[in-house]
Design a protein around this ligand. Structure first.
Ligand code: SAH
Ligand code: SF4
Length: 361
């Protein structure tokens, strides 16, 4: 019987350099020449394979030994939906029955993959569908970075060029796994996506922000602000009590690259001229870009999206203050694929058998 490894982490749960070391040591222990280990490494992330059996340049006994000792992890696809605008939503089923989602959004030459970092989320922002699920568990490094690997395996022509951590979960509350996943996504021996094309979105978990800022690469930071003063923010986002806005903004100063403020437009909660003026002042002070997101009502029963004319007026007011503003278009609305609308609904849906690829209403 093969000896059990004391360290249960899979080969795809490790940063590329660590995975290479593990494979080199394993090859040496098998009495294999060093070139074999170098031959294996690209199949992890650079030219991903679904399984070792597909590595047809390797001798069959080696493939079998690799499948036994260092199997290549997969995310099981539960459902996939495609929007009329080309957006694809993937629901992955994890081995313990949890489920997470990723959304691939094509825009011109760019293909942005929105990935999950946790199953559910503990933070309970009142407008967010994931928040309503509650927290289930943290994802492993492979489960985070593997979302991009799976998309690349399934659609080689649609390999993601950009990553945003805007799916399920709060990435900076799962820092150990997100830390490794960032390395895998960015490193040339990993998926090789430039740090400037990887955005971590957070409500402002101060210790996590410090950890992210301490990394040498310049990953982009998006702060989910949603209100520019604490009194307005508190009822929307319970985290304001633990990490007050002032502390979040202080932590943001450690980022040298320009940051983004995410701002979901909710009627009467945060969409007045006064809100715009507060936000404008803050964005100017921080040199931040502002992303205005129309509220997806799917995430928030009881809240009303700000009307389009209000969003335009709000955006103009910011522009007049010299702030750069983008009003985000909603993508994949017909498949509930927009950020903040992600919520794993399979528990209630499981009994209803559905044909693969059906688009939910
Ligand atoms: N937890 C992190 C990242 C995941 S949420 C964060 O909150 O930043 C990703 C983005 O979707 C956040 O900016 C969040 O505010 C936004 N969002 C949540 N609910 C939404 C909704 N109902 N409509 C539009 N955007 C929403
Ligand atoms: Fe969690 Fe982000 Fe949703 Fe808030 S907006 S509940 S932090 S996923």
């Amino acid at each position: 019987m093969p000896e059990r490894r004391s360290d249960p982490a899979g080969i795809l749960d490790r940063p590329p350099a660590a995975a290479a070391e593990v494979l080199a040591a394993w090859c040496a222990a098998q009495g294999l020449p060093a070139f074999r280990a170098r031959q294996l490494q690209p199949y992890l992330w650079q030219r991903p394979l679904p399984g070792w059996q597909e590595a047809t340049d390797l001798p069959r006994p080696l493939r079998e030994a690799l499948d036994r000792d260092w199997p290549l992890g997969r995310l099981e696809l539960a459902t996939e939906q495609r929007s009329v605008d080309g957006t694809r939503k993937f629901l992955w089923r994890l081995p313990d029955g949890e489920a997470i989602e990723s959304v691939l959004i094509p825009t011109g030459e760019r293909r942005t993959l929105c990935i999950s970092s946790q199953a559910g989320c503990a933070l309970g922002c009142i407008f967010c569908a994931t928040g309503r699920m509650g927290f289930r568990r943290n994802l492993t490094p492979f489960e985070v970075a593997g979302q991009a690997r799976e998309v690349a395996l399934r659609y080689p022509a649609e390999t993601p060029t950009n990553i945003v951590f805007m799916g399920l979960g709060e990435p900076l509350l799962n820092w150990p796994a997100v830390d490794v996943a960032l390395t895998i996504l960015n490193h040339p021996d990993g998926l090789g996506i430039g740090a400037r094309h990887i955005t971590v979105s957070t409500v402002g978990i101060v210790p996590g922000m410090a950890a992210l800022a301490a990394r040498p690469e310049q990953f982009r930071l998006a702060i989910s602000l949603h209100a520019a003063d604490p009194e307005r923010r508190r009822p929307l986002m319970p985290i304001e009590k633990k990490y007050p806005l002032a502390a979040v903004l202080e932590a943001a100063r450690a980022f040298t690259k320009r940051i983004t403020f995410e701002y979901v437009m909710i009627a009467e909660q945060n969409d007045t001229d006064r809100d715009a003026d507060h936000l404008g002042r803050l964005a100017r002070k921080m040199g931040a870009l502002v992303n205005l997101l129309p509220l997806h009502p799917g995430g928030a029963p009881g809240l009303t999206p700000a009307p389009p004319a209000r969003i335009r007026a709000f955006a103009d007011r910011l522009k007049h203050q010299g702030v750069e503003v983008v009003v985000r278009r909603s993508r994949g609305l017909d498949i509930s694929a927009a950020c903040g609308q992600l919520r794993v609904e399979t528990e209630s849906r499981r009994p209803r058998a559905r044909a693969p690829g059906t688009v939910a209403g």
